[in-house]
Design a protein. Structure first.
Length: 406
C-alpha cells in the first residue's frame, strides 16, 4: 500500500484538465509513487497512451453517465481491490461520488483537485456540494488562488502560523513547459507555417485554443471580430481544437460576417501546440469560467499577449496591460476594445517580461516539488479522524445519492 495512489477522473480526452493531471502523474511517478488512473467515462486513445508512457496504469471503466449507483459500487470494489494509500479525485462531475466511494472503501488518505471556478458556471448549490465533499477529504487542492478563494472564501496563502497548518485546502498551479514553448519559436519559419494554413505573413491573427464548446466563448470572440472587420480588414481568427459546438459557432460567424476569416485548424496534439502560439499575434480566452487558464500562460511564455474574460483563473495569471487585457464575461463589445489594445501593444512587453514570470510561477520543476511535498505531508496510516469520516460517509449513503454535483 505504501506510496500507491489511485487518481480518479471522469474522462481522458484532449483537454486542459487532462493535461494538468498528466503533469501531476509525471511528478508522482518521478517521485517514486506507484500511480494508477481510473477513467469512469469517455477516453481518447492518444491521451491514455500519454498517461501510460508517463508510468501510470490506466483503467477505463467506460461506465454509462447517469448511473451513479452503479459507478459508486464499481469504485468501492476497485478501491478495495487496489488498496491504495491515497485516492486523488479530480473534482469534476460526479465529483462527490468517488470521494464517498473512497471513504466507504476505507482508503486512508483522500485528496481532491478542483480545476474550474466562476459564478457563470457554479452557484451556491455547487459551492455547498464541494464544501460537503471537503468533509471527507484530507486536503482539497485548487489550480489557482482565485479558484481557492471562489470555493473556500479565502486562499490558504493569506493565512499564517497555526491557522495555515490547520487549513485543508491550498493552491498548486498547473505546470507549464516554458522551455519547450520557447524552443518551438526558435528557427520557426513563421511565414511558411502561416501560408500552410492559408494565412498571409502580415495578417493580424487572433488565436483561440481549446475544446470547441460554449463555455470557452468562441461566440464572444466571433462577435467581437465582427465589430472589428472594418478597422482590421485583414484580421484572421485561428481556431485550434475541436468539439461538439462547431456548427453553432459557424452560424455565429456567418451572422457576424466573418466566416471567411476563420481558419479551423482542428485537433492539434499537445506536442505540436507550442508552434501554433508563435503563429498568433494575440490569444483570445473569452471563457465563461476558468479555474486557471493554462493556455493563457502558455501563450505568454511564447511572448503572445492575451485578451481574456474577467474570471477568477484569468484574473490571477494575467497582468493587466502588461501580459494581457481583461473584459467582462460575455461582452463582445468590450472584448473587441481589448483586442484592439492588444494588437496595438504587440508582443514587445510580453517578450521582455513574461517568460521570467512564467518560469518563476509555473515552472515544471517547481510544481513537481510542490506535489511531492504535499503528498509527503500526509502519512499513509489510518487515523481516528479517518475512521470517523468513513462512518459518516456510510451514514450519508443510506440516503439517496444526489443526481447531480459539480
Amino acid at each position: 500500500m505504501t506510496n500507491t495512489v489511485t487518481i480518479c477522473i471522469p474522462c481522458l480526452m484532449l483537454g486542459g484538465t487532462e493535461i494538468a493531471t498528466l503533469g501531476m502523474v509525471r511528478a508522482l511517478v518521478e517521485g517514486g509513487w506507484d500511480v494508477g488512473v481510473v477513467c469512469y467515462h469517455e477516453w481518447d486513445a492518444a491521451m491514455v497512451a500519454r498517461y501510460e508512457k508517463a508510468g501510470a496504469l490506466v483503467e477505463r471503466l467506460e461506465h454509462p453517465r447517469g448511473d451513479f449507483r452503479g459507478l459508486f459500487r464499481r469504485l468501492v470494489r476497485l478501491f478495495r481491490e487496489r488498496r491504495p494509500a491515497v485516492a486523488h479525485i479530480q473534482y469534476m462531475a460526479p465529483g462527490l461520488l468517488p470521494i464517498l466511494a473512497a471513504k466507504w472503501a476505507g482508503v486512508p488518505r483522500i485528496f481532491a483537485t478542483v480545476h474550474a471556478a466562476g459564478s457563470a458556471g457554479f452557484g451556491l448549490k455547487a459551492k455547498a456540494m464541494l464544501r460537503f465533499a471537503g468533509m471527507f477529504t484530507d486536503h482539497f487542492f485548487c489550480v489557482s488562488e482565485n479558484c481557492e478563494k471562489f470555493w473556500f472564501g479565502k486562499a490558504s496563502g493569506a493565512k499564517t502560523g497555526a491557522e495555515r497548518r490547520r487549513v485543508r485546502h491550498s493552491t498548486i498551479y498547473n505546470g507549464v513547459d516554458v522551455e519547450a514553448i520557447q524552443a518551438a519559436g526558435r528557427g520557426l519559419d513563421r511565414a511558411k507555417e502561416r501560408a500552410a494554413l492559408g494565412i498571409s505573413a502580415n495578417a493580424p491573427v487572433v488565436g483561440i485554443v481549446g475544446r470547441v464548446v460554449k463555455l470557452k466563448g468562441h461566440d464572444v470572440l466571433f462577435r467581437a471580430a465582427g465589430l472589428l472587420k472594418d478597422t482590421l480588414p485583414q484580421l484572421r481568427i485561428l481556431v485550434v481544437g475541436e468539439g461538439p459546438d462547431r456548427e453553432y459557432f459557424e452560424q455565429v460567424a456567418r451572422e457576424a460576417g466573418i466566416a471567411e476569416r476563420i481558419v479551423w485548424a482542428g485537433r492539434v496534439e499537445p506536442e505540436e501546440l507550442p508552434k501554433y502560439y508563435h503563429l498568433m499575434d494575440v490569444l483570445a480566452m473569452p471563457s465563461r469560467w476558468e479555474g486557471f487558464g493554462l493556455t493563457a500562460v502558455e501563450a505568454m511564455a511564447a511572448g503572445v499577449p492575451v485578451v481574456g474574460s474577467d474570471v477568477p483563473g484569468l484574473r490571477e495569471v494575467l497582468s493587466e496591460g502588461l501580459s494581457g487585457f481583461l473584459s467582462p464575461v460575455g461582452d463582445s463589445s468590450g472584448f473587441a476594445e481589448q483586442l484592439e489594445k492588444a494588437f496595438a501593444d504587440g508582443r514587445r512587453s510580453v517578450r521582455q517580461r513574461m517568460p521570467v514570470f512564467a518560469l518563476d510561477s509555473y515552472a515544471l520543476d517547481s510544481v513537481r516539488s510542490q506535489w511531492l511535498n504535499a503528498y509527503a505531508r500526509f502519512p499513509a496510516g489510518r487515523t481516528d479522524d479517518a475512521r470517523r469520516q468513513t462512518n459518516t460517509a456510510r451514514t450519508t449513503l443510506t440516503r439517496p445519492l444526489p443526481t447531480n454535483d459539480h
